[in-house]
Design a protein around this ligand. Structure first.
Ligand SMILES: C[S@@+](CC[C@H](N)C(=O)[O-])C[C@H]1O[C@@H](n2cnc3c(N)ncnc32)[C@H](O)[C@@H]1O
Length: 259
């Protein structure tokens, strides 16, 4: 069972400011330093699991290729070569490598240095000028405000520490009228034994990540709405028996209604 399903920052693409750096600031006020140190330690703890499994994750086949292709096609249809795109939790960059050529600029980020290293290896063998990879924790502030036309989050929202905080930052990073496109495992919709028995056990033996939120579709929709995003579409693309992964497109309103 894959509960988690679904080189430190170098030269980010020039269209983008780099995502939140994970290096320690050298000349900031002490309290800022303490804050960063805590954030870095927490980030490193969360990344450990993903670093450890990255090579295996890269080698594993996509479990439902037809469902994956549907999500890719759906997303590609919402992209243009004018768009600045940010992907959070990009893993080994498979999706970014499929989509980046349909965009103007595509910054794909992940918390795991190992995942990003593999993504960069793939990019080297499949040069894609629009695409760059960078290390970033989706629990921390994202680069730029109102910078991106699209923010993509595939198989990541159930893995962040604070969903509201991550979505608030994603919404902030989007331009008005921009789209947040996500696919998320709804573990709360699975057999309760997974949430209450299998997951805790797997965590104990190091087979599940530190953070896994057991969400359902209603909670996800509500969380997006709380950040002022408007749900455009809710879809399921899986082709196997029951699809526990919900694909949601949400838009950032063009202007705040004064009333
Ligand atoms: C299940 S994988 C999904 C990867 C890719 N998006 C996909 O669909 O194949 C989850 C990814 O999220 C990353 N991740 C976990 N927590 C994260 C966080 N707080 N910030 C950024 N990335 C995170 C992991 O390193 C891993 O690469």
């Amino acid at each position: 069972m894959r509960i988690y399903t679904g080189n430190i920052q170098t030269s980010p693409h020039e269209c983008f400011k780099p995502a939140q750096s994970m290096s320690f600031p050298s000349n900031k006020h002490l309290t800022d330093d303490m804050h960063s140190t805590c954030a870095d330690a927490a980030t490193m703890r969360k990344a450990r699991f993903w670093n450890r499994i990255a090579r295996k994750y890269a080698a594993d086949p996509i479990p439902d290729m037809a469902g994956y292709e549907t999500s890719l096609q759906r997303t590609r249809g919402l992209l243009s070569t004018e768009h600045n795109v940010l992907e959070i939790g990009c893993g080994t960059g498979t999706t970014a490598l499929h989509l980046a050529a349909s965009t103007g600029c595509f910054l794909a980020t992940d918390i795991s240095a190992e995942m990003i290293a593999i993504a960069k290896e793939k990019l080297a063998s499949q040069p894609t000028p629009q695409l760059s990879f960078a290390l970033a924790d989706a629990d921390l502030p994202m680069s730029g405000s109102a910078t991106y036309d699209r923010v993509l989050a595939f198989n990541i929202l159930h893995l962040v520490s604070d969903l509201d905080q991550t979505l608030a930052k994603a919404a902030q990073a989007l331009r008005p009228g921009g789209l947040f496109i996500s696919k998320t495992a709804c573990i709360a919709e699975m057999n309760p034994l997974i949430q209450h028995l299998a997951l805790p056990l797997m965590r104990v033996i190091g087979k599940a990540p530190l953070i896994v939120q057991c969400l359902n579709e209603t909670q996800l929709r509500a969380a997006l709405t709380r950040q002022g995003l408007q749900i455009v579409s809710v879809e399921r693309h899986g082709t196997k028996k029951k699809d526990f992964r919900v694909f949601i497109i949400a838009s950032k309103p063009l202007a705040t209604d004064p009333s």
